[in-house]
Design a protein around this ligand. Sequence first.
Ligand code: C5P
Length: 230
Amino acid sequence: MNIGIVIVAAGRGERAGSAEGPKQYRRIGGSAVIAHTLKAFLDWSKAGPIVVVIHPDDKLLFEAAVSGLAMERVTTVTGGATRQQSVLAGLQAVAALEATHVMIHDGARPFVDRALLDRIAARLEAGDDAVLPALPVTDTLKRVTEGRVVETISREGLYAAQTPQSFRLATILAAHERAAAQRSDFTDDCSIAEWAGVPVAIVEGSPENVKLTVRRDIIMADERLSAAAL
Ligand code: C5P
């Protein structure tokens, strides 16, 4: 088994306030978010080839962010206008690097840990074609229309999806290529697997593995790393 890694980092991160640049290049704990994310995979012994999908305008930002990391196993490709397009570009690149399986990870999730990666890899080794790290939803969920609650949704059986969502490479590449011809609104990769009829197994996600989305997430991540360094 050769587990390729695709890290998507081609988004503009508008929800995090684009005046300060894309969120994956903001510094937390002294390094760029993307450097933390990439290092987590560089430090994981089972990682094969790594492809980072970046925006064409971000080449210099990326080089500056990862200087100091061992980049021999890392390739970059240019992403597209949607996450779905960026992932497809990454999958096509990792397929050319002889990977048999792939983990697709958001560049904006820098706190992914080795134990989670091992849990996912164990399911791939056991033969699952698609593996989703997820955690049960703990908040009470409301459906809101025009500023008013119209419904409380039972959280029974509801999970919050994380990344890296992980697959047998040929399976997800075929599903993504088929999806690209028909739809462009998939926001994660397991939903493409589901759409293609591939069964998706769940492993327990990590509460630490949050996605940095808004400015406050970045500030809190920085505080957390600074506190850990004391
Ligand atoms: O915007 P959101 O936080 O959902 O993006 C999730 C991940 O997908 C981020 O790491 C982002 O950089 C990436 N992405 C991408 N190409 C896009 C849009 C998002 O690589 N066109």
